[in-house]
Design a protein around this ligand. Sequence first.
Ligand code: ADP
Ligand code: MG
Length: 353
Amino acid sequence: FDMFVLAFVERLFRTTYKKDDFVLGKKLGEGAFGVVYRVSLANKPSSKNEGDLVVKKATEYGAVEIWMNERVRRACANCCADFLYGFLESSSKKGGEYWLVWRYEGQATLADLMLSREFPYNVETMIVGEVQDLPKGIGRENRIIQTIMRQFLFALDGLHSTGIVHRDIKPQNVIFSEGSRTFKIIDLGAAADLRVGINYIPKEFLLDPRYAAPEQYIMSTQTPSAPSAPVATALSPVLWQLNLPDRFDIYSTGLIFLQMAFPGLRTDSGLIQFNRQLKRCDYDLNAWRKSVEPRASSDLRRGFELLDLDGGIGWELLTSMVRYKARQRISAKGALAHPYFDKEGLLALSFMQ
Ligand code: ADP
Ligand code: MG
């Protein structure tokens, strides 16, 4: 049965939108390839639907982002922000913009939440599976971080199982959905679809260097050179096998885990300094630990203490994500089955959601 026919029919019966349907509200984000606004619908009383949608006006890369969102919508709807519709808006002066429409998921990304002094307690009251039976301290913080990681990995595994590699995993692209009270992934603007062979190799500047795995350069030099606009290319499955591109996302995920454990690494400067130190240690986290631990700040020591709980199971998971060689990194599915999450029925909770 043809999935493309199914997809077409589904799209035919779905609510469609056009430019004039929207009243633009607050600007939520602006990157090199698009601007994101909170919007409401023009033809409905604004009190009823005020700002309940989000629109991204994108450049030529928007075509790929629409494709990815359509795939996700059918294959793993709950992994990512709820995508409603995408279209080419050709009447604009700039001569063609892609408009993408999502449901407004909520006001906070993981980056916003991590910037708070209260983190991770500020998340505790929001998420499903909150932990209240522990006194404040690293034990409780670890449990909250576990829940965030599990929810995030659940979404990432959904994407990877669909054959999509995100390639821009970072706290800014993880949103807290107030509706489902879970974390979801956003921003498929740099994603690649392995199964169907829709791919464009983003220019290196597209990848966020703060979260990119070391093989970013290998990826972009071994694969066919980047087209200026997204095109459908049949990429050799062997090439994908060799590169294990999903493990690119796992490296970035490890850095998010690290930032949650170490408050000092949540700032740009902290993360950049860490990246420099890790590179000097040939991307060996244990070597990095040995080099910093003897003269570690109390902040750093507290992070190690948190990851060392339960026999160091957190540190074990972290080191299985942040590794130089992609093929030595754990997969999203493997991480979900890691004993780090195997405590006090936390796994059972993820199945209840
Ligand atoms: P960019 O390409 O600018 O990074 P994103 O897709 O990451 O675009 O969106 C930019 C910002 O807009 C996000 O960091 C988030 O704050 C907000 N945003 C995006 N999608 C949604 C959504 N569905 N619900 C609520 N906020 C969103
Ligand atoms: Mg983004």
